[in-house]
Design a protein around this ligand. Structure first.
Ligand SMILES: [Zn+2]
Ligand SMILES: [Zn+2]
Length: 145
C-alpha cells in the first residue's frame, strides 16, 4: 500500500496501491463548493489500485454535472474522491482526506478566473484562467482538454 486515507468521522477508509498523479490547486466554483474552501487539491489514481473500506455503508455519490460523480461520506460530509463516467477506470483523490505521507507539491493553479475575491494567491506557481497546459500539469482523470 502506498497511501491511505479516511473521512472526517472515520467511517470510510481507503487504501491506494498505485502512485498518485501530479496535482494542482483548482479554484473553480465547483471545487469551492465541493471543498468548502478556496480551491480543490485532487490527484488521480487508477481505480484498480483503490480499495474502499466502508463497513457502515455511509459512502454516497453525487452527480454534480452530467457524467461527473463525487463520492463523499454521508455521515460527516467529507469529500473523498471523484470520477467521470466516461473514464471510470480513473479516480481523483481529495488530497485533504489522505492520512499517509504525500510529498509531491502542487504544479499549478487552475481556473484562477473563478477564484474567490477573498483568496490571495502569492506563490510562484504558474496560473491558468481555466485548465493547465498539459506540459505543466496533466490532470489525470479530469476533463482537461
Ligand atoms: Zn465520515
Ligand atoms: Zn475545480
Amino acid at each position: 500500500m502506498n497511501h491511505f486515507g479516511s473521512c472526517l468521522c472515520g467511517s470510510i477508509r481507503y487504501e491506494v496501491d498505485g502512485e498518485l498523479s501530479d496535482f494542482g490547486y483548482c479554484h473553480c466554483r465547483s471545487c469551492q463548493k465541493a471543498s468548502g474552501s478556496a480551491h480543490g487539491a485532487n490527484a488521480g489514481v487508477d481505480r484498480s489500485s483503490l480499495r474502499v473500506l466502508d463497513p457502515e455503508g455511509t459512502l454516497l455519490e453525487y452527480e454534480s454535472s452530467p457524467g461527473k460523480i463525487r463520492a463523499f461520506c454521508g455521515k460527516c460530509g467529507s469529500p473523498l474522491f471523484a470520477w467521470l463516467t466516461g473514464t471510470p477506470e480513473l479516480v481523483r483523490i481529495r488530497l485533504g482526506s489522505l492520512d499517509s505521507e504525500f510529498t509531491k507539491t502542487a504544479k499549478a493553479h487552475t481556473f484562477v478566473s473563478e477564484s474567490a475575491a477573498w483568496e490571495t494567491i502569492d506563490d510562484n506557481l504558474p496560473q491558468f484562467d481555466t485548465w493547465a497546459d498539459r506540459n505543466v500539469l496533466e490532470q489525470t482523470g479530469s476533463r482537461q482538454p
